[in-house]
Design a protein. Structure first.
Length: 549
Protein backbone atom coordinates (compact mmCIF):
# COMPACT_ATOMS: atom_id res chain seq x y z
CA UNK A 1 0.00 0.00 0.00
CA UNK A 2 1.20 3.49 -0.83
CA UNK A 3 2.33 5.72 2.01
CA UNK A 4 -0.45 8.28 2.76
CA UNK A 5 2.03 11.18 2.66
CA UNK A 6 3.10 10.17 -0.86
CA UNK A 7 -0.54 9.96 -1.97
CA UNK A 8 -1.47 13.32 -0.45
CA UNK A 9 1.62 15.07 -1.82
CA UNK A 10 0.76 13.73 -5.27
CA UNK A 11 -2.77 15.11 -4.98
CA UNK A 12 -1.47 18.49 -3.84
CA UNK A 13 0.95 18.63 -6.75
CA UNK A 14 -1.81 17.89 -9.28
CA UNK A 15 -4.12 20.41 -7.59
CA UNK A 16 -1.80 23.25 -8.67
CA UNK A 17 -3.37 22.83 -12.10
CA UNK A 18 -6.79 24.47 -11.87
CA UNK A 19 -8.16 22.36 -14.70
CA UNK A 20 -7.06 18.97 -13.37
CA UNK A 21 -9.94 16.56 -12.66
CA UNK A 22 -9.39 13.98 -9.92
CA UNK A 23 -10.49 10.38 -10.44
CA UNK A 24 -10.26 7.12 -8.50
CA UNK A 25 -9.93 8.83 -5.11
CA UNK A 26 -12.24 6.40 -3.31
CA UNK A 27 -9.72 3.58 -3.53
CA UNK A 28 -7.55 5.43 -0.98
CA UNK A 29 -10.20 4.53 1.59
CA UNK A 30 -9.03 0.90 1.31
CA UNK A 31 -5.56 1.86 2.63
CA UNK A 32 -5.29 0.90 6.30
CA UNK A 33 -2.35 3.28 6.77
CA UNK A 34 -4.72 6.23 6.31
CA UNK A 35 -6.83 5.00 9.23
CA UNK A 36 -3.84 4.43 11.49
CA UNK A 37 -2.69 8.00 10.88
CA UNK A 38 -6.23 9.30 11.41
CA UNK A 39 -6.41 7.32 14.67
CA UNK A 40 -3.09 8.81 15.81
CA UNK A 41 -4.42 12.32 15.20
CA UNK A 42 -7.79 11.81 16.88
CA UNK A 43 -6.58 9.78 19.85
CA UNK A 44 -5.07 12.69 21.88
CA UNK A 45 -8.32 14.68 21.74
CA UNK A 46 -10.46 14.19 24.81
CA UNK A 47 -13.51 14.36 22.54
CA UNK A 48 -12.47 11.02 21.04
CA UNK A 49 -14.09 9.35 24.05
CA UNK A 50 -17.33 11.28 23.62
CA UNK A 51 -20.08 8.77 22.88
CA UNK A 52 -22.13 8.95 19.70
CA UNK A 53 -25.57 7.39 19.30
CA UNK A 54 -24.18 3.85 19.59
CA UNK A 55 -21.81 4.51 22.53
CA UNK A 56 -18.88 3.91 20.16
CA UNK A 57 -15.65 5.47 21.49
CA UNK A 58 -11.98 5.31 20.58
CA UNK A 59 -11.11 2.77 23.31
CA UNK A 60 -12.93 0.06 21.41
CA UNK A 61 -11.01 0.61 18.17
CA UNK A 62 -8.79 -2.19 16.80
CA UNK A 63 -7.18 -3.30 13.54
CA UNK A 64 -9.98 -5.83 13.09
CA UNK A 65 -12.61 -3.10 13.35
CA UNK A 66 -10.74 -0.94 10.84
CA UNK A 67 -10.53 -3.89 8.43
CA UNK A 68 -14.27 -4.52 8.78
CA UNK A 69 -14.87 -0.81 8.17
CA UNK A 70 -12.78 -0.95 4.98
CA UNK A 71 -14.76 -3.99 3.77
CA UNK A 72 -18.00 -2.04 4.20
CA UNK A 73 -16.52 0.82 2.21
CA UNK A 74 -15.43 -1.57 -0.55
CA UNK A 75 -18.94 -3.01 -0.71
CA UNK A 76 -20.38 0.54 -0.42
CA UNK A 77 -22.58 -0.74 2.40
CA UNK A 78 -21.02 1.65 4.91
CA UNK A 79 -23.65 4.00 6.33
CA UNK A 80 -22.72 6.80 8.76
CA UNK A 81 -24.72 6.84 11.97
CA UNK A 82 -26.88 9.87 12.77
CA UNK A 83 -25.09 12.28 15.10
CA UNK A 84 -26.14 12.57 18.72
CA UNK A 85 -27.42 16.13 19.05
CA UNK A 86 -26.60 18.30 22.01
CA UNK A 87 -26.65 22.06 22.53
CA UNK A 88 -23.93 24.53 23.39
CA UNK A 89 -24.37 28.01 24.89
CA UNK A 90 -23.99 31.13 22.73
CA UNK A 91 -23.11 34.64 23.89
CA UNK A 92 -26.70 35.87 23.34
CA UNK A 93 -28.04 33.37 25.91
CA UNK A 94 -29.31 31.14 23.11
CA UNK A 95 -27.89 27.74 22.21
CA UNK A 96 -26.16 26.26 19.19
CA UNK A 97 -26.98 22.71 18.01
CA UNK A 98 -24.05 20.35 17.84
CA UNK A 99 -23.89 16.77 16.64
CA UNK A 100 -21.52 14.15 18.04
CA UNK A 101 -20.62 11.45 15.47
CA UNK A 102 -19.59 7.92 16.39
CA UNK A 103 -15.86 7.30 16.48
CA UNK A 104 -15.92 5.09 13.38
CA UNK A 105 -17.60 7.94 11.48
CA UNK A 106 -14.98 10.38 12.79
CA UNK A 107 -12.26 8.06 11.53
CA UNK A 108 -13.71 7.83 8.01
CA UNK A 109 -14.38 11.57 7.93
CA UNK A 110 -10.77 12.30 8.90
CA UNK A 111 -9.46 10.18 6.03
CA UNK A 112 -11.82 11.90 3.57
CA UNK A 113 -10.91 15.29 5.02
CA UNK A 114 -7.19 14.72 4.39
CA UNK A 115 -7.86 13.72 0.78
CA UNK A 116 -10.10 16.71 0.11
CA UNK A 117 -7.75 19.13 1.88
CA UNK A 118 -4.86 18.02 -0.35
CA UNK A 119 -6.98 18.87 -3.38
CA UNK A 120 -8.61 22.13 -2.27
CA UNK A 121 -6.15 23.80 0.09
CA UNK A 122 -3.79 24.84 -2.76
CA UNK A 123 -6.75 26.56 -4.47
CA UNK A 124 -8.08 28.51 -1.49
CA UNK A 125 -7.34 32.24 -1.54
CA UNK A 126 -5.16 34.09 0.95
CA UNK A 127 -8.15 36.11 2.17
CA UNK A 128 -9.75 32.98 3.69
CA UNK A 129 -8.56 32.23 7.24
CA UNK A 130 -11.03 29.94 9.01
CA UNK A 131 -10.16 26.28 9.71
CA UNK A 132 -7.07 26.23 7.54
CA UNK A 133 -3.52 25.07 8.31
CA UNK A 134 -1.33 27.88 9.65
CA UNK A 135 -4.22 30.33 9.65
CA UNK A 136 -6.37 31.68 12.43
CA UNK A 137 -8.44 34.54 13.77
CA UNK A 138 -5.14 36.33 14.33
CA UNK A 139 -3.97 36.00 10.72
CA UNK A 140 -7.35 37.34 9.54
CA UNK A 141 -7.12 40.30 11.91
CA UNK A 142 -3.53 41.02 10.92
CA UNK A 143 -4.48 41.06 7.24
CA UNK A 144 -7.17 43.64 7.99
CA UNK A 145 -4.77 45.73 10.04
CA UNK A 146 -2.06 45.61 7.38
CA UNK A 147 -4.11 46.03 4.19
CA UNK A 148 -7.17 48.15 5.04
CA UNK A 149 -5.14 51.39 5.28
CA UNK A 150 -7.19 54.40 4.16
CA UNK A 151 -10.50 52.53 4.22
CA UNK A 152 -13.50 54.85 4.43
CA UNK A 153 -16.29 52.29 4.92
CA UNK A 154 -16.44 48.88 6.56
CA UNK A 155 -18.98 46.26 5.55
CA UNK A 156 -19.38 43.73 8.36
CA UNK A 157 -20.73 40.57 6.72
CA UNK A 158 -22.44 37.74 8.56
CA UNK A 159 -24.18 34.85 6.80
CA UNK A 160 -27.42 33.87 8.47
CA UNK A 161 -27.37 30.32 9.85
CA UNK A 162 -24.59 29.37 7.45
CA UNK A 163 -23.63 25.95 8.84
CA UNK A 164 -27.30 24.89 8.93
CA UNK A 165 -28.20 26.24 5.49
CA UNK A 166 -25.51 24.99 3.13
CA UNK A 167 -27.38 23.64 0.11
CA UNK A 168 -26.37 20.00 -0.44
CA UNK A 169 -26.97 20.09 -4.17
CA UNK A 170 -24.88 23.25 -4.61
CA UNK A 171 -22.07 21.74 -2.51
CA UNK A 172 -22.02 18.45 -4.41
CA UNK A 173 -22.12 20.39 -7.68
CA UNK A 174 -19.01 22.27 -6.59
CA UNK A 175 -17.26 19.03 -5.64
CA UNK A 176 -18.06 17.51 -9.04
CA UNK A 177 -16.22 20.35 -10.76
CA UNK A 178 -12.94 18.84 -9.61
CA UNK A 179 -13.78 15.27 -8.61
CA UNK A 180 -14.97 12.63 -11.06
CA UNK A 181 -15.45 9.79 -8.62
CA UNK A 182 -19.08 9.02 -7.82
CA UNK A 183 -18.17 6.57 -5.06
CA UNK A 184 -16.52 9.36 -3.08
CA UNK A 185 -19.32 11.79 -3.96
CA UNK A 186 -21.90 9.28 -2.73
CA UNK A 187 -19.98 8.84 0.53
CA UNK A 188 -20.06 12.60 1.11
CA UNK A 189 -23.81 12.54 0.33
CA UNK A 190 -24.17 9.94 3.08
CA UNK A 191 -22.39 12.19 5.58
CA UNK A 192 -24.56 15.15 4.63
CA UNK A 193 -27.80 13.17 4.90
CA UNK A 194 -26.92 11.07 7.96
CA UNK A 195 -29.29 13.07 10.15
CA UNK A 196 -29.24 13.38 13.92
CA UNK A 197 -30.87 11.90 16.99
CA UNK A 198 -32.40 14.10 19.66
CA UNK A 199 -34.46 12.80 22.59
CA UNK A 200 -34.29 9.31 21.01
CA UNK A 201 -35.95 10.60 17.84
CA UNK A 202 -34.27 10.48 14.41
CA UNK A 203 -34.35 13.63 12.29
CA UNK A 204 -33.37 13.83 8.63
CA UNK A 205 -31.01 16.57 7.40
CA UNK A 206 -31.82 18.28 4.12
CA UNK A 207 -29.29 21.11 4.31
CA UNK A 208 -26.18 22.17 6.21
CA UNK A 209 -22.98 20.35 7.05
CA UNK A 210 -22.90 17.89 9.95
CA UNK A 211 -22.35 20.10 13.00
CA UNK A 212 -19.45 18.57 14.90
CA UNK A 213 -18.35 16.55 11.89
CA UNK A 214 -14.61 16.58 11.23
CA UNK A 215 -15.24 17.13 7.53
CA UNK A 216 -17.61 20.09 8.03
CA UNK A 217 -15.10 22.98 8.24
CA UNK A 218 -13.42 21.93 5.00
CA UNK A 219 -16.75 21.50 3.19
CA UNK A 220 -17.80 24.96 4.38
CA UNK A 221 -14.58 26.45 3.00
CA UNK A 222 -15.10 24.68 -0.34
CA UNK A 223 -18.58 26.21 -0.42
CA UNK A 224 -17.51 29.76 0.48
CA UNK A 225 -14.45 29.62 -1.77
CA UNK A 226 -16.96 30.68 -4.44
CA UNK A 227 -17.70 33.84 -2.44
CA UNK A 228 -13.95 34.45 -2.03
CA UNK A 229 -13.43 34.24 -5.79
CA UNK A 230 -16.41 36.52 -6.41
CA UNK A 231 -15.08 39.11 -3.94
CA UNK A 232 -11.61 38.97 -5.48
CA UNK A 233 -13.02 39.56 -8.96
CA UNK A 234 -15.29 42.34 -7.67
CA UNK A 235 -12.34 44.07 -5.98
CA UNK A 236 -10.36 43.96 -9.22
CA UNK A 237 -13.21 45.46 -11.24
CA UNK A 238 -13.88 48.06 -8.53
CA UNK A 239 -10.24 49.16 -8.51
CA UNK A 240 -9.70 52.54 -10.12
CA UNK A 241 -6.68 54.83 -10.40
CA UNK A 242 -3.06 54.40 -9.36
CA UNK A 243 -3.05 57.08 -6.66
CA UNK A 244 -5.30 59.82 -5.31
CA UNK A 245 -5.05 63.28 -6.81
CA UNK A 246 -3.45 66.04 -4.75
CA UNK A 247 -5.55 68.24 -2.49
CA UNK A 248 -4.98 71.72 -3.96
CA UNK A 249 -5.89 73.52 -0.71
CA UNK A 250 -3.26 71.52 1.17
CA UNK A 251 -0.57 72.05 -1.44
CA UNK A 252 -1.31 75.78 -1.78
CA UNK A 253 -0.88 76.11 1.98
CA UNK A 254 2.34 74.09 1.78
CA UNK A 255 3.65 76.46 -0.94
CA UNK A 256 2.71 79.45 1.21
CA UNK A 257 4.58 77.95 4.16
CA UNK A 258 7.69 77.37 2.04
CA UNK A 259 7.46 80.94 0.76
CA UNK A 260 7.24 82.27 4.33
CA UNK A 261 10.18 80.13 5.45
CA UNK A 262 12.31 81.37 2.53
CA UNK A 263 11.30 84.96 3.25
CA UNK A 264 12.16 84.55 6.95
CA UNK A 265 15.54 83.03 6.13
CA UNK A 266 16.32 85.97 3.84
CA UNK A 267 15.16 88.70 6.24
CA UNK A 268 15.91 87.11 9.64
CA UNK A 269 19.06 89.00 10.53
CA UNK A 270 17.49 92.45 10.06
CA UNK A 271 14.18 91.71 11.82
CA UNK A 272 13.44 93.07 15.27
CA UNK A 273 12.51 90.71 18.11
CA UNK A 274 8.86 91.69 17.77
CA UNK A 275 8.89 91.13 13.99
CA UNK A 276 10.48 87.71 14.44
CA UNK A 277 7.79 86.75 16.94
CA UNK A 278 5.07 88.00 14.58
CA UNK A 279 6.42 86.02 11.62
CA UNK A 280 6.86 82.85 13.71
CA UNK A 281 3.24 83.26 14.85
CA UNK A 282 2.08 83.55 11.24
CA UNK A 283 4.07 80.44 10.30
CA UNK A 284 2.66 78.51 13.25
CA UNK A 285 -0.88 79.50 12.25
CA UNK A 286 -0.25 78.29 8.70
CA UNK A 287 1.06 74.96 9.98
CA UNK A 288 -2.00 74.58 12.20
CA UNK A 289 -4.29 75.27 9.24
CA UNK A 290 -2.31 72.84 7.07
CA UNK A 291 -2.80 70.09 9.62
CA UNK A 292 -6.59 70.35 9.24
CA UNK A 293 -6.35 69.24 5.60
CA UNK A 294 -5.29 66.00 3.94
CA UNK A 295 -2.50 66.06 1.37
CA UNK A 296 -4.60 63.92 -0.96
CA UNK A 297 -8.22 64.22 -2.06
CA UNK A 298 -9.89 61.46 -0.06
CA UNK A 299 -13.02 61.84 -2.20
CA UNK A 300 -11.20 61.53 -5.50
CA UNK A 301 -13.83 59.87 -7.76
CA UNK A 302 -11.03 58.43 -9.88
CA UNK A 303 -9.50 56.41 -7.02
CA UNK A 304 -11.31 53.34 -5.66
CA UNK A 305 -10.23 50.25 -3.73
CA UNK A 306 -11.95 47.30 -2.07
CA UNK A 307 -10.41 44.83 0.40
CA UNK A 308 -11.95 41.55 1.61
CA UNK A 309 -11.13 39.12 4.44
CA UNK A 310 -13.19 36.10 5.50
CA UNK A 311 -13.14 33.92 8.59
CA UNK A 312 -15.62 31.00 8.43
CA UNK A 313 -19.11 32.51 7.90
CA UNK A 314 -18.11 36.09 8.70
CA UNK A 315 -16.30 38.54 6.46
CA UNK A 316 -15.09 42.13 6.46
CA UNK A 317 -14.94 44.37 3.42
CA UNK A 318 -13.03 47.66 3.40
CA UNK A 319 -14.11 50.24 0.83
CA UNK A 320 -12.19 53.29 -0.33
CA UNK A 321 -15.09 55.01 -2.00
CA UNK A 322 -18.47 56.56 -1.25
CA UNK A 323 -21.16 55.24 1.06
CA UNK A 324 -23.40 54.71 -1.95
CA UNK A 325 -20.72 52.48 -3.48
CA UNK A 326 -20.40 50.55 -0.20
CA UNK A 327 -24.17 50.07 -0.17
CA UNK A 328 -24.04 48.78 -3.75
CA UNK A 329 -21.29 46.30 -2.84
CA UNK A 330 -23.46 45.02 0.00
CA UNK A 331 -26.42 44.63 -2.38
CA UNK A 332 -24.32 42.82 -4.97
CA UNK A 333 -22.79 40.42 -2.42
CA UNK A 334 -26.26 39.75 -0.96
CA UNK A 335 -27.64 38.92 -4.41
CA UNK A 336 -24.67 36.70 -5.27
CA UNK A 337 -25.03 34.67 -2.08
CA UNK A 338 -28.78 34.27 -2.62
CA UNK A 339 -28.64 33.36 -6.32
CA UNK A 340 -25.47 31.27 -6.51
CA UNK A 341 -25.06 29.78 -3.03
CA UNK A 342 -28.64 29.86 -1.68
CA UNK A 343 -27.50 31.78 1.39
CA UNK A 344 -28.84 34.86 3.15
CA UNK A 345 -26.94 37.70 4.81
CA UNK A 346 -28.07 38.51 8.32
CA UNK A 347 -29.74 41.93 8.07
CA UNK A 348 -29.12 42.78 11.73
CA UNK A 349 -25.45 41.78 11.68
CA UNK A 350 -24.39 42.94 8.21
CA UNK A 351 -23.60 46.60 8.80
CA UNK A 352 -22.01 49.47 6.90
CA UNK A 353 -19.86 51.52 9.27
CA UNK A 354 -17.80 54.64 8.65
CA UNK A 355 -14.18 53.80 9.36
CA UNK A 356 -13.76 56.54 11.97
CA UNK A 357 -16.20 54.52 14.09
CA UNK A 358 -15.69 51.02 15.44
CA UNK A 359 -16.60 48.02 13.33
CA UNK A 360 -16.67 44.63 15.07
CA UNK A 361 -14.96 41.53 13.67
CA UNK A 362 -13.86 38.38 15.50
CA UNK A 363 -14.40 40.06 18.85
CA UNK A 364 -12.16 43.07 18.10
CA UNK A 365 -13.14 46.67 17.47
CA UNK A 366 -11.60 47.89 14.20
CA UNK A 367 -11.28 51.46 13.02
CA UNK A 368 -9.07 53.66 10.86
CA UNK A 369 -7.25 56.20 13.02
CA UNK A 370 -7.03 59.76 11.77
CA UNK A 371 -4.51 61.06 14.26
CA UNK A 372 -1.58 62.96 12.86
CA UNK A 373 1.82 63.46 14.39
CA UNK A 374 5.16 64.87 13.36
CA UNK A 375 8.11 62.53 13.04
CA UNK A 376 11.65 63.70 13.54
CA UNK A 377 13.72 62.77 10.52
CA UNK A 378 17.39 61.71 10.52
CA UNK A 379 18.44 65.17 9.29
CA UNK A 380 16.77 66.83 12.27
CA UNK A 381 13.73 68.14 10.40
CA UNK A 382 10.18 67.14 11.27
CA UNK A 383 7.70 65.61 8.89
CA UNK A 384 3.94 65.49 9.33
CA UNK A 385 2.45 62.01 9.13
CA UNK A 386 -1.28 61.40 8.92
CA UNK A 387 -1.61 57.66 9.40
CA UNK A 388 -5.09 56.60 8.27
CA UNK A 389 -3.92 53.21 9.48
CA UNK A 390 -6.29 50.45 10.51
CA UNK A 391 -5.95 49.56 14.18
CA UNK A 392 -7.39 46.85 16.40
CA UNK A 393 -8.82 47.45 19.86
CA UNK A 394 -10.09 45.42 22.81
CA UNK A 395 -13.80 46.27 23.26
CA UNK A 396 -14.31 47.48 26.83
CA UNK A 397 -17.49 45.47 27.28
CA UNK A 398 -15.76 42.24 26.25
CA UNK A 399 -13.51 41.92 29.27
CA UNK A 400 -16.19 43.31 31.59
CA UNK A 401 -18.61 40.64 30.37
CA UNK A 402 -15.86 38.05 30.72
CA UNK A 403 -15.42 38.96 34.39
CA UNK A 404 -19.18 38.80 34.96
CA UNK A 405 -19.54 35.47 33.11
CA UNK A 406 -16.75 33.97 35.23
CA UNK A 407 -18.46 35.26 38.37
CA UNK A 408 -15.40 37.31 39.33
CA UNK A 409 -17.05 40.74 39.19
CA UNK A 410 -20.21 42.35 40.45
CA UNK A 411 -21.36 45.72 39.11
CA UNK A 412 -22.60 47.76 42.07
CA UNK A 413 -24.46 51.04 42.37
CA UNK A 414 -23.15 53.87 40.17
CA UNK A 415 -21.57 51.18 37.96
CA UNK A 416 -18.84 50.57 40.52
CA UNK A 417 -16.72 47.43 40.11
CA UNK A 418 -16.53 44.96 42.93
CA UNK A 419 -14.37 41.83 42.64
CA UNK A 420 -16.15 38.89 44.25
CA UNK A 421 -15.26 35.32 45.19
CA UNK A 422 -16.26 32.43 42.94
CA UNK A 423 -18.18 29.85 45.00
CA UNK A 424 -17.71 27.04 42.47
CA UNK A 425 -13.92 27.18 42.95
CA UNK A 426 -13.71 27.13 46.76
CA UNK A 427 -13.66 23.33 46.89
CA UNK A 428 -10.63 23.10 44.57
CA UNK A 429 -7.15 22.90 46.04
CA UNK A 430 -5.09 26.09 46.26
CA UNK A 431 -2.84 25.32 43.31
CA UNK A 432 -5.79 24.48 41.06
CA UNK A 433 -7.51 27.77 41.96
CA UNK A 434 -4.40 29.80 41.10
CA UNK A 435 -3.83 27.93 37.84
CA UNK A 436 -7.47 28.45 36.85
CA UNK A 437 -7.15 32.21 37.28
CA UNK A 438 -3.81 32.29 35.48
CA UNK A 439 -5.16 30.31 32.52
CA UNK A 440 -8.16 32.63 32.21
CA UNK A 441 -6.02 35.78 32.35
CA UNK A 442 -3.37 34.54 29.92
CA UNK A 443 -6.05 33.10 27.62
CA UNK A 444 -7.87 36.42 27.28
CA UNK A 445 -4.61 38.31 26.78
CA UNK A 446 -3.33 35.84 24.17
CA UNK A 447 -6.42 36.44 22.08
CA UNK A 448 -6.44 40.23 22.41
CA UNK A 449 -2.68 40.84 22.30
CA UNK A 450 -2.90 42.23 18.75
CA UNK A 451 -4.87 45.20 20.11
CA UNK A 452 -3.30 48.65 20.28
CA UNK A 453 -4.95 49.08 23.68
CA UNK A 454 -4.05 45.64 25.07
CA UNK A 455 -2.88 47.47 28.20
CA UNK A 456 -6.53 47.86 29.30
CA UNK A 457 -6.45 44.17 30.22
CA UNK A 458 -4.40 45.17 33.26
CA UNK A 459 -7.77 46.12 34.81
CA UNK A 460 -9.02 42.63 33.97
CA UNK A 461 -6.00 41.03 35.64
CA UNK A 462 -6.24 43.25 38.72
CA UNK A 463 -9.92 42.43 39.18
CA UNK A 464 -9.16 38.73 38.74
CA UNK A 465 -6.37 39.01 41.31
CA UNK A 466 -8.71 40.30 44.00
CA UNK A 467 -11.40 37.83 43.01
CA UNK A 468 -8.86 35.05 43.57
CA UNK A 469 -7.84 36.48 46.94
CA UNK A 470 -11.52 36.68 47.96
CA UNK A 471 -12.04 33.09 46.76
CA UNK A 472 -9.23 31.96 49.07
CA UNK A 473 -10.65 34.12 51.87
CA UNK A 474 -14.04 32.47 51.46
CA UNK A 475 -12.44 29.03 51.36
CA UNK A 476 -10.49 29.60 54.60
CA UNK A 477 -13.10 31.82 56.29
CA UNK A 478 -10.48 34.54 56.52
CA UNK A 479 -9.93 38.16 55.47
CA UNK A 480 -8.33 39.63 52.35
CA UNK A 481 -5.37 41.07 54.28
CA UNK A 482 -4.67 37.77 56.03
CA UNK A 483 -4.85 35.85 52.73
CA UNK A 484 -2.39 38.26 51.10
CA UNK A 485 0.01 37.74 54.01
CA UNK A 486 -0.52 33.97 53.91
CA UNK A 487 0.24 33.56 50.20
CA UNK A 488 2.88 36.27 49.73
CA UNK A 489 6.24 34.83 48.62
CA UNK A 490 9.05 37.27 47.85
CA UNK A 491 6.53 40.05 47.43
CA UNK A 492 4.31 38.10 45.03
CA UNK A 493 1.22 35.93 45.40
CA UNK A 494 2.19 32.28 45.06
CA UNK A 495 1.49 28.71 46.09
CA UNK A 496 4.15 26.28 47.28
CA UNK A 497 3.69 22.67 46.22
CA UNK A 498 5.66 19.45 46.04
CA UNK A 499 6.52 17.47 42.92
CA UNK A 500 8.54 14.30 42.43
CA UNK A 501 11.50 16.57 41.66
CA UNK A 502 11.12 18.56 44.86
CA UNK A 503 9.39 21.76 46.07
CA UNK A 504 8.07 24.23 43.51
CA UNK A 505 6.30 27.62 43.55
CA UNK A 506 3.46 28.70 41.25
CA UNK A 507 3.02 32.48 41.16
CA UNK A 508 0.02 34.56 40.16
CA UNK A 509 0.69 35.64 36.58
CA UNK A 510 2.61 38.84 35.93
CA UNK A 511 1.93 38.60 32.19
CA UNK A 512 2.70 41.97 30.58
CA UNK A 513 -0.46 43.36 29.04
CA UNK A 514 1.05 44.99 25.97
CA UNK A 515 0.53 44.84 22.24
CA UNK A 516 2.27 41.83 20.70
CA UNK A 517 1.72 40.98 17.04
CA UNK A 518 3.98 37.95 16.93
CA UNK A 519 2.30 34.64 16.12
CA UNK A 520 4.79 32.08 17.37
CA UNK A 521 2.98 28.86 16.58
CA UNK A 522 0.05 28.23 14.29
CA UNK A 523 -2.36 25.40 14.77
CA UNK A 524 -5.63 25.23 12.87
CA UNK A 525 -6.76 28.22 14.89
CA UNK A 526 -5.93 30.62 17.68
CA UNK A 527 -8.68 32.07 19.81
CA UNK A 528 -9.11 33.02 23.43
CA UNK A 529 -9.31 29.63 25.05
CA UNK A 530 -11.34 30.50 28.12
CA UNK A 531 -14.47 31.66 26.27
CA UNK A 532 -17.18 29.14 27.09
CA UNK A 533 -18.17 28.80 23.45
CA UNK A 534 -20.02 32.09 23.45
CA UNK A 535 -20.78 31.76 19.76
CA UNK A 536 -17.08 32.06 19.02
CA UNK A 537 -15.24 30.17 16.31
CA UNK A 538 -13.38 28.33 19.07
CA UNK A 539 -16.56 26.31 19.47
CA UNK A 540 -16.67 25.45 15.79
CA UNK A 541 -13.00 24.52 15.75
CA UNK A 542 -13.06 22.31 18.83
CA UNK A 543 -16.35 20.73 17.92
CA UNK A 544 -15.25 19.86 14.41
CA UNK A 545 -12.09 18.31 15.79
CA UNK A 546 -13.79 16.30 18.49
CA UNK A 547 -12.38 18.19 21.47
CA UNK A 548 -15.55 18.97 23.40
CA UNK A 549 -17.55 16.58 25.48
Amino acid sequence: MRNPKVVLNSLTSKAQNDTYIFERLYRNLYNIEFYLEAYAKLHPNKGSNTKGVNNDIIDGMSLERIERLIEKLKEQSYQPHPARRTYLPKKNSKTRPFGIPTFEDKLVQEVVRRILESIYEPQFLNHSHGFRPNRSCHTALKEIRNTFTGTRWFIEGDIKGFFDNIDHHVLVGLLRKRIRDEKLINLIWKFLRAGYVEDWTFHKTYSGTPQGGIISPLLSNIYLHELDKYAEGYAESFKKGEKRRDNLVYHNLALKINHCKSKNKRDWERLTKEEKAERLGELKALYKKLQSYDSKDLFDPNYRRMKYVRYADGFMIGVIGSKREAEQIKIDVTEYLAEKLKLELSAEKTLITHSEKNARFLGYDIRVVRDWHRLKMSNGTKKRKCTYQTKLFVPHEKYIKKLIDLGALKIGSNNGWKPVHRPYLVHDDDLEILRTYNAEIVGLYNYYRLASNAYVLQSFRQTMKYSMIKTYANKYKSTVSKIIAKFKINGKLGIRYITKDGPEIAFFTEQRMEKNSEIKKQSMDIIENTIVCGGSMKCHHDLHNGKLD
